[in-house]
Write a protein that binds this ligand. Structure first.
Ligand SMILES: NC(=O)c1ccc[n+]([C@@H]2O[C@H](COP(=O)([O-])OP(=O)(O)OC[C@H]3O[C@@H](n4cnc5c(N)ncnc54)[C@H](OP(=O)(O)O)[C@@H]3O)[C@@H](O)[C@H]2O)c1
Length: 171
């Protein structure tokens, strides 16, 4: 059984996370951070996020991929599919070295934050607005300690600067 969750997200300056069921930016340093942070762990995603990942990249390699869908017959090759977060958390157990990461999208972030089980949040804060149609939900940081992990300047590979923060539950 899983009793605590980590969450990882990249947001633009308007808390936007996606548009037309896709990401809106190509920021290689953030991609590398996402991969390094989640590698070896369990990643939990919504059906739409799963479908937004190009077929050649899914399931995300080196991670146990879990897809949440209410469709009884939804199939995601080489992934586990659950019909609720509760069922997923009850049925799954982690290795001692493993964390369970909520990797979005918006509906699944909301579900996880409302469960009160999220005790670690990684947020990439991008310093640019991209005109999103999907947004990160309300996140009450009052019981979290905030730590800046690193910053990335805009350069020829990154069309915007960003900062990566880790929030860790302090109570
Ligand atoms: N910037 C980032 O870090 C980041 C990360 C991830 C995704 N994204 C973006 O986010 C967008 C997708 O987000 P989204 O909110 O539209 O979709 P989503 O959260 O990825 O997926 C929604 C789907 O999850 C399933 N679901 C929702 N609540 C459920 C529940 N309580 N129990 C079981 N299944 C449930 C449903 O699937 P069924 O309809 O099959 O029942 C629902 O349609 C895309 O633009 C993507 O690129 C951004």
């Amino acid at each position: 059984m899983i009793s605590n969750l980590s969450l990882i997200v990249a947001v633009d300056s308007q808390k936007g996370i996606g548009k037309n069921n896709d990401l809106m930016w190509n920021l290689p340093a953030d991609m590398r951070f996402f991969k390094a942070t989640t590698k070896g762990h369990v990643v939990i995603m919504g059906r739409k996020n799963y479908e937004s990942i190009p077929e050649k990249y899914r399931p995300l390699d080196g991670r146990t991929n879990i897809v949440l869908s209410r469709q009884a017959d939804f199939k995601a090759p080489n992934c586990l599919v659950f019909s609720s977060l509760e069922e997923c958390l009850n049925k799954l157990s982690l290795l001692p070295s493993q964390k369970a990461f909520i990797i979005g999208g918006a509906q699944i972030y909301k579900l996880a934050l409302e469960s009160n089980l999220v005790d670690e949040v990684f947020i990439t804060q991008i310093d640019k607005a991209y005109g999103a149609d999907t947004f990160f939900p309300e996140f009450d940081t009052s019981s979290f300690h905030k730590e800046l992990l690193f910053t990335q300047n805009a350069d020829n590979q990154h069309n915007a600067s960003f900062e990566v923060y880790r929030f860790i539950k302090s109570t």
